[in-house]
Design a protein around this ligand. Sequence first.
Ligand SMILES: Nc1ncnc2c1ncn2[C@@H]1O[C@H](COP(=O)(O)OP(=O)(O)OP(=O)(O)O)[C@@H](O)[C@H]1O
Length: 671
Amino acid sequence: MPPPPPALRLRLRFSLLPPNPLPCTSRSPSCFLPAKPHPLAAPSLSLRRVCRPVRSAQGEAGAAAWPYGSEEELRRMLELLPVELRRRVEGHPELPALVEVVMDLGRPPLARFPSGDFLLSHRPISFDDLRHATSQVGDFGADNRAGISRTLHRISAIRNRKGVIVGLTCRVGRAVPGSANLLQDLVKDGGSLLLIGPPGVGKTTVIREIARMLADDYKKRVMIVDTSNEIGGDGDIPHPGIGNARRLQVPNQDMQHKVLIEAVENHMPQAIVIDEIGTKLEAMAASTIAQRGIQLVATAHGVTIENLIMNPSLEMLVGGIQVNIFITSLTVFYFVCLKSVTLGDEEASRRGVQKTVLERKGPSTFTCAAEIVSKTELRVHRSLEATVDALLAGCKLPNVEIRKVGSKGIVQEPSVRKEQLRHGVHEDVAQFDSDSLWNARRSLDSAFSLDSAERHTEGSNEDEASLNLYAYGISESIALQAIKQLELEGVVALTYNISEADAVIALQSKLKKNSQIQAVVKSQDMPVFFVKTNSLVQISRAVRALVDDHMDEMIDSEDNEEIRSSEETDALEEARLAIEQVVIPKGESVQLLPRPSNIISSQVDFIESFSLKWEVIGQEPNAYLRILPHFTEKEVTDVKQEIATGITDLDTSDDMDYTENGITRLPFLPE
Ligand SMILES: Nc1ncnc2c1ncn2[C@@H]1O[C@H](COP(=O)(O)OP(=O)(O)OP(=O)(O)O)[C@@H](O)[C@H]1O
C-alpha cells in the first residue's frame, strides 16, 4: 500500500493541526463544554516531540508513517487517558500503529499494538479514570459505543448490571489512504461488494476508503449508512477521510435497515456503503437495495463465506440457502414407487434413504466478496454466486484470488491450487455436517482417490478422460465450467459424438422432443442425467452424480474381477432375490441362509448398496443375515394403491416432476 502522497505527508509531518475551528456537533452535549479536568490529567504533550513514526512489525502498509490526519486525532484519543498512561503509550515505538487502549475497573490498563499487548501501568484503573475518559466522549448509544467528535475513534463501554460503566475499549480509528487499493478493480467495476473479516482486521478502514474512492475517484453519488458513526466519525460534520461521500447517521442499531431504505428513497445514491450488516432485517434491506441496481458495499463479521452460509441471519446476503431432501432411487421399481412418497425428515433419516442437498435459493445480494485475512492480504471471490454454489456442492473455493500487498506492490494469486483443494475438501466441508456435502465430497474424493483419475487430472482432452459426456440442450460453456469447478478436468470430458459417449446430460424438455437421441440412448443403454434448467448448480450436480455412478461401476467391475466362489455368488443371488421380490415390494424382512463371515460381509455390502438395513443373527458357523425393510406393510400398500390409481405413472408432460432436485437419474427414457 503506498504511503500518502508527498505533499500530504509534508503537511502532516510538519504541522500539528490546530484544534478543530468548527463547533462540535457531536451527539453529546458534553462535547460543547470544556472537558472536566481529571485529577491526574496534565496538559497534553506534543506527540511530534515524543514519537518517531516507525514501520510496524508486520511492515503493514499505512503503518510506516502517520496515516492521513491521525497524528492530531490520536492525540485527542490519548487525552482520554490519565497522564502517566498517556506518557507510557506515547513512548512506545509503535505509537502510530496503536490499535486500542483497554481500561477495566480494578485492572491494570493495556495498550494493544499490532505486535501485541503492552502493559501501561501496574496501577489498576479506578472509577475516576473511567469518568475522566467518558467525560470527553459523545453519548454512548444503545450499542454502547461513543466517539470523539470529528475523529474516527470508537470508544466502547462495558457496563455493570446497574448500567454503570466499568470498562472501556478505546479503538483508534484512522483513515488510511490506499487501504482499499487491492479492491480497486472491483470497486470500479460497479458490482456490489461484500467485505468479511473477524473483528479488528480492518473492515471499517477499508470500507471508508472505498466510500472515498467511489465518491472522489469515480465521481459517484455515495451515501454512507453510518450505524455507529465509525465510517464518517463522530459529530455531524463527517471526517475528511470519506471524501465527498455523504453520510446518514442512524439513531440506533435497530433503525439501520430503515435508514438503508431511506438512503435509497430520499437521496438518489449510485452507491451505498454500510458497515456491519448483522441482522436479518438489515440483510433483507441490503438485498432490496441491490435489486434496485445500486452499488452496495458492505461489511459483515465472519472469517469466510462459509460462515455467512451457516449464519441464518446473513445467509440471505449470499442468496439464501434452500435445503432439498430427496429419497434415493434404489431400483427402477423403487424409484417409481417412492417418488410420490413424502417422508418426514425423521422417518426418512431413520430409514437411511434420505439425501439432503443444499442449494442457493436466489441471486446473491453481492456480485463479489472479499475475505479480509489481514491488513495486507485478501481472498477475493469475483463471483460470489459461483463460490456459494461451489461450496454448497462440496467444493473448496475453486475460484478464489489471493491478493497481497508485498514489497513489490500488489501480488495476485489467481486460484487455490489443486492440492489445497483436495485437503480443503475434507477440512471445510466437515463444518457443514450435512449429508449433501458428504455426497458431494464423495464424488470429488472418489474422483481424486482413484489412480486412474489421478492420472487424468492433468490432461483435459477427451481421449484422456475416463468419462465422455454428451451434452444435449445444455450450454457447453456452463458444462465446462461445472467440470472445471468440480476439478474434474481430465476425468470428465465433453464429446460431440454420442456413440463415443459414456453418458448423456440433457435438458429434460429438449431431449423429450428428440426421438433420434432417445433411440441411441436406449439402444446403448446409456445413463441419462436430466437437468431442468441450464443452471450451473444443476449441471454441476448432474456431473457429480455421473462421476459417482461411474466410480461405483468401476469399483463393481473390480470386484467382479475377483474370482468368487460359487458360494459367494449363490449368497449374493439369494440376497438379490430376497430384496427384489420380498423386502422392497412387500416391505417384509427376509432371513438368509447361514454363511461364513467373509460371505456375510459381501452380502452386507450388497444389501447396503440398496440403502437397506440388516442384522446378523447367531454366531459362526451358524450366523446369518436378516434384511430389514424400509417400509411397513401399510406404506407399501399405500404406494401400491397409488400406482394402481395412476399417480406414479411415468408422465412425460412438462409439469411432471421427475426429480427432487432438478436432476433425475433415470435408467430409461420416458416414452
Ligand atoms: N491499513 C491499515 N493500516 C494501519 N492501521 C489500520 C489499517 N487498517 C486498519 N487499521 C487499524 O486497525 C484497527 C482495526 O481497524 P477497523 O476498525 O477498521 O477494523 P474492523 O474490522 O472494522 O473492526 P470491527 O469489526 O471490530 O469493527 C484500527 O485501529 C485501525 O485504525
